[in-house]
Design a protein. Structure first.
Length: 147
């Protein structure tokens, strides 16, 4: 049954997981908000980059439904300190899969606050960290706001 549902969602071009919903919601919100860059989806399979701006800025988008931390970001194997994207967008979605907020962080802030998962050799962010209380937040029907 689950396989048939997944196949039907794919056939209709609908998102079937939190990451896909977060990407489409963030891109739509940015494209509809004056003063925000227009974004387009990055090519499928692009590591750590989910959207691109017209200026060439790379955006990594992490969706959060009911978790305490973001999804993982995998460092470059040859250069762990290599900049992978210009901006991280953290998209919070409620249990009805409706957008709560989109938080934008630059690469420098990401590096200052990231936490390493040694088992996965990757990093992520805890959602209770200070940057979420101090950063610009975009919400539906609102261009952007300070917390």
């Amino acid at each position: 049954m689950r396989g048939r549902v997944a196949a039907e969602l794919k056939r209709r071009g609908l998102a079937s997981n939190v990451g896909q919903v977060a990407e489409s919601v963030a891109i739509a919100l940015y494209n509809a908000t004056p003063g925000r860059p227009n974004l387009q989806s990055a090519p499928t399979g692009t590591q750590n980059v989910d959207a691109l701006s017209r200026r060439g800025d790379r955006y990594s988008i992490k969706g959060v439904l009911d978790a305490r931390k973001t999804g993982t970001v995998y460092p470059d194997r040859d250069d762990p300190e290599k900049q992978l994207f210009e901006y991280l967008l953290v998209v919070r979605i409620d249990l009805d899969w409706q957008l709560l907020a989109v938080y934008e962080f630059d690469w420098k802030t990401f590096c200052e606050v990231r936490s390493w998962d040694r088992r996965m050799n990757a990093c992520m962010w805890g959602l209770q960290q200070r940057p979420f209380r101090e950063r610009r937040c975009s919400r539906p029907g609102q261009a952007s706001a300070s917390p």
